[in-house]
Design a protein around this ligand. Sequence first.
Ligand code: UDP
Length: 327
Amino acid sequence: MVSWLVTGGAGYIGSHVVQAFMSAGIEPVVFDNFSTGLEQFVPADVPCVAGDIRDPQQVISALINYDCVGVMHIAGYKYAGVSVQEPLETYSNNVTGTLSVLSAMDTVGVKYLVYSSSASVYGTPEVELVTEDYRCAPESPYGESKLIGEWLIQDLMRARPDFVGVCLRYFNVVGSGAKELYDASPHNLFPLVCDALSQGRTPKIFGDDYATPDGTCVRDYVHVADLATSHVAAAKALQAGEPLRRTYNLGSGNGLSVRQIMDAFVTATGIDFTPEVFARRPGDPDRIVADGSAAAADLDWKMRHSVEQMVSSAWEAWQHADFSLQK
Ligand code: UDP
């Protein structure tokens, strides 16, 4: 069986990718430092290396020991807002970490890379739907670090004709594909709403005076299991030598406001609440929605889950989990 190293494989997105790989007959090898990843997210029959991506020797050993053909590089510091206060930690994880993964791949001769990038490389777009060719103008160390990762990959592709990488720009990834896998991010909308509702508190809206139809921010929400399916497609396409773009948006083309998400939570949970409105959170763009048609053409990208399913699956997994938010 062919093996792929999944950095960050014990995290929320990584663990869904691991499941998708297993279903597709590709052997995942989890590589995670468990700073936010959880041991219980790693299936018992999946090889797991507890290591830090910033140490190239550890990555080299994992690539050699498990005879990996490719790397799915998902590990990273993912809190855009907090990255403004923690630029060094962000760059260390996302830039030094990516550099280290690439140098390990280069040393061992592993040629295929799928990289987790982010919508935050675009900053605040001035178009209805962002395509991959739209200008990049990140507004946080997080967005900058993801863009630098993309540049590193593109530079290595120019220097090593054998090496091929593809960057997947995630929009707002939500929901759960299995009730034992959940998002415990202490900074994102879905886990914060689930946390508030499960503790009898009122969910918060950060700003209702944006230039949007209902005044709350508009985002492009995608289901994590759909996202994972496209990672499998990307890995297979790379191995098959199919021509791919360097970057793909994983977004739905459908913008939803924070208030619309709150309404969906009322319906899914049966809890009749009115969210409290607070001040804007610094750095939040009014609206960011993707054109995902390139990924639809090349990476089996499709909205297989509705917004109702995104919300209800997130709520179900939250209730199933026995934990408190990671702070
Ligand atoms: N948000 C909110 N209340 C919360 C958490 C987030 O109103 O408790 C808003 C946030 O201001 C943004 C949207 O929900 O407009 C999505 O935020 P999230 O952090 O999930 O993702 P982002 O788009 O910032 O990456």
